[in-house]
Design a protein around this ligand. Structure first.
Ligand SMILES: NC(=O)c1ccc[n+]([C@@H]2O[C@H](COP(=O)([O-])OP(=O)(O)OC[C@H]3O[C@@H](n4cnc5c(N)ncnc54)[C@H](OP(=O)(O)O)[C@@H]3O)[C@@H](O)[C@H]2O)c1
Length: 218
């Protein structure tokens, strides 16, 4: 894999980079010459990625997320690419899910992407360039038995993506899109059939193209 003129030297913040699709995306971005701030709780796994700046942050706390965005932007002077990928899948019928799980998973899956994008979008607009990609799950977001919390949080993320796309403005140079990775074998989806590397290849190709989309990209 070679460096990419579009991604060379770009500063990318990738959440949920310690495993699965996020880890594969962070690795590929490094190969393509980007400067990657890789975020998750498990620092040992982030360190194993190699070549990234590892940030161990609990993103189920949106205030920590906001501070992280400020720290990365201050350290590098900008963030060019934001990949909102971190999520947890809480399983269980709606009458079985604890309020704690409901709260923390919504914070992580839906509120933190909102907060990170809100903090980083102004700088992108000012510089007239940037890409925000939100990793969604359209196969479940309309509602799914036994997965209601996860489904609703991902529906909220789809909604946020469309608002962000409109607020970024068509001619601002800031691209916003939602990405559907498909059915990928990870800790979150052990029965998945695709590999994280294949999903990351598709996602990074969209980041490279840097085009916003009303449709969910896959
Ligand atoms: N796999 C699929 O088939 C599929 C399908 C549709 C959509 N997706 C989406 O793809 C994205 C990546 O999921 P994946 O399948 O690659 O699952 P995964 O391997 O479980 O990755 C989830 C990532 O989120 C991080 N994370 C979880 N809780 C966190 C917290 N409180 N603070 C910070 N980071 C946290 C995890 O790191 P730590 O535990 O180290 O914090 C991990 O890096 C998710 O948004 C998921 O909804 C996946």
């Amino acid at each position: 894999m070679s460096e990419s003129p579009e991604l060379q030297g770009k500063v990318a913040l990738v959440t949920g980079a310690s495993s699965g699709i996020g880890a594969a995306t962070a690795r590929l971005l490094v190969e393509k010459g980007a400067v990657v701030a890789a975020v998750a709780r498990r620092k040992d796994l982030l360190d194993q990625l190699g070549g990234v700046e590892a940030h161990s942050v609990d993103l189920s706390d949106p205030l920590q997320a906001q501070q992280l965005a400020a720290n990365v932007e201050d350290a590098h002077g900008r963030v060019d690419i934001l990949v909102n990928n971190a999520a947890v899948r809480v399983d269980g019928a709606i009458d079985q899910v604890s309020v704690e799980d409901l709260d923390s998973s919504f914070q992580l899956n839906a509120l933190t992407p909102f907060v990170l994008a809100g903090r980083l979008l102004p700088g992108m607009k000012e510089r007239g360039e940037g890409v925000i990609a939100n990793v969604v799950a359209p196969k479940v977001s309309a509602g799914r038995k036994g997965m209601g919390v996860y489904a609703a949080s991902k529906a909220a993320l789809e909604s946020t993506t469309q608002t962000l796309r409109q607020e970024a403005g068509g001619s601002s140079g800031v691209a916003v899109f939602a990405f559907d990775p498909g059915w990928v074998k990870t800790d979150l989806a052990p029965d998945g059939t695709d590999t994280p590397e294949a999903a990351a290849e598709r996602l990074v190709a969209h980041l490279e193209a840097g085009k916003g989309s009303r449709e969910i990209l896959s």
